[in-house]
Design a protein. Structure first.
Length: 435
């Protein structure tokens, strides 16, 4: 079973060879680099990243958390340390950190990750569709304006997380499940949102792998995490557990700091933006309701993947399940931020032959409105306050409801999936491609 390009009257649009693909990537990279040189970053996040980069160089790993207010787990801090050490060559006393150079260096990992993600999308798709179609989908992602904005303008690191998620997904498709599990373990201490992809690994593999595979992933993951976080926490009277206790306290503190139904996320809780999630409905807290809905979704996707276990290729079901699960993590639980929608977009691009392309672009548009709202609110406060509050609130309600409708439409694809595949297989206009 294969995924094939949609045939239309303008097939030349799909006729990309490797030269056109890498030329397109070069243009996308140039666009990113132009944008990172402009003084338009999200000032709050950029100032924090710069401060953390400087502090970790000056204070060292062991003293960093005692000195800073950082709410990130340790893994990405190694990247900030490397950036800080490199920048120190040009500015030994960190006296000119407000310039373009330091800002561009802070943004660069996400920019490179965006280009790497496009390359991974093409590599993932090539065995399952035509090469020109794989290149076209990858470039569609590389030039996604929302992805570019968050990395090159805003300066956030979600692009790095997307790259790691795609890498883990690619390893699963190559049957390198243990490596994928170890990578996911590391992702959780880059940003906690790395856990979003973990259920997919379990649900897609539990019925086809020996029990010791899970044990190997668990033991290897715990060991890797311990090694990565050890320099930050050291060992004390608690011995080997000291790093884990420190990490747990850090993550718990961060989670409790954002104990709201929505943290500017236009999801099913958008109407309760900045309302504490211990608020109750019918005696049940918003937090419990959100977790329950997410649990139901995960159970359904597990059943869906199990239903597809006898198919010749698991790839189509994997694409759809991963995309649905990642957008579900944004839509259903409480405490979600506006940018967490991005994690699903790369997988929607991969699954674009299974779902209507307009779903991908619709989520791109609503995500852009959501991210733009937050960027305006905190980066251009005077302009934000000039907009009537009723207009803003109405916009939140409308976009949140539209996102909920899009999510239900995407979820419906998993229900009608067998019929959709049969219709695709019977399509006489489908171009031939290798299995």
């Amino acid at each position: 079973m294969t995924i094939s390009a949609e045939v239309n009257n303008n097939q030349k649009l799909w006729q990309l060879d490797w030269r056109g693909f890498y030329g397109g990537l070069a243009i996308a990279l140039a666009l990113h680099l132009i944008l990172i040189s402009l003084p338009i970053a999200f000032s709050i996040d950029m100032n924090l990243f710069k401060a953390w980069s400087i502090w970790i160089v000056q204070q060292g790993f062991g003293n960093f958390y005692n000195y800073s207010n950082c709410d990130y787990p340790p893994a990405y801090l190694y990247v900030l340390w490397a950036i800080g050490k490199t920048y120190q060559i040009f500015d030994p006393d960190f006296g000119h950190t407000g310039g373009v150079l330091f800002t561009a260096m802070i943004k660069l990992p996400s920019v490179l990750a965006d280009i790497g993600s496009a390359m991974l999308i093409a590599k993932i798709l090539k065995p399952h569709t035509t090469e020109p179609h794989a290149y076209a989908i990858a470039l569609m992602y590389a030039f996604n304006p929302l992805i570019i904005f968050v990395s090159a303008v805003w300066g956030q690191v979600d692009g790095v997380m997307i790259f790691l998620m795609l890498w883990a997904f690619a390893l699963i498709q190559k049957n390198q499940v243990i490596r994928s599990g170890l990578l996911i373990a590391v992702m959780t201490i880059v940003k906690p949102q790395g856990i979003f992809i973990a259920p997919f690994l379990f649900l897609s593999q539990w019925f086809r792998r020996a029990w010791w595979t899970g044990v190997a992933i668990a033991l290897g993951g715990i060991s890797l995490i311990w090694l990565i976080i050890l320099p930050f926490y050291g060992m004390s009277v608690n011995g080997l557990l000291t790093p884990f206790l420190g990490l747990y306290q850090r993550l718990q503190s961060t989670a409790n700091y954002y104990d709201y139904a929505s943290v500017n996320a236009f999801n099913i809780w958008g109407w309760a933006n900045w309302v504490h999630d211990y608020t109750t409905f019918a005696g049940i807290s918003y937090k419990v309701i959100g977790v329950a809905l997410l649990g139901i979704l995960i159970l359904w996707l597990g059943f869906f993947l199990y239903q597809q276990r006898d198919q010749e290729s698991q790839f189509p079901a994997h694409c759809l399940a991963a995309a649905t699960m990642l957008i579900g993590f944004f839509m259903l639980p409480t405490r979600m931020h506006e940018r967490y929608m991005l994690y699903s977009l790369a997988f929607m691009a991969i699954a674009v032959s299974l779902i209507a392309k307009w779903i991908y672009w619709s989520f791109t548009i609503t995500g852009a409105v959501n991210v733009g709202y937050v960027y305006l609110r905190y980066n251009h406060e005077a302009l934000y306050k000039a907009i009537p509050s009723d207009w803003l609130q109405t916009g939140i309600y409308v976009i949140s409801a539209f996102n909920a409708a899009l999510f239900l439409i995407l979820l419906l694809q998993t229900i009608r999936f067998p019929k959709a595949l049969k219709a695709s297989d019977d399509d006489p206009h489908r171009p031939a491609s290798s299995s």
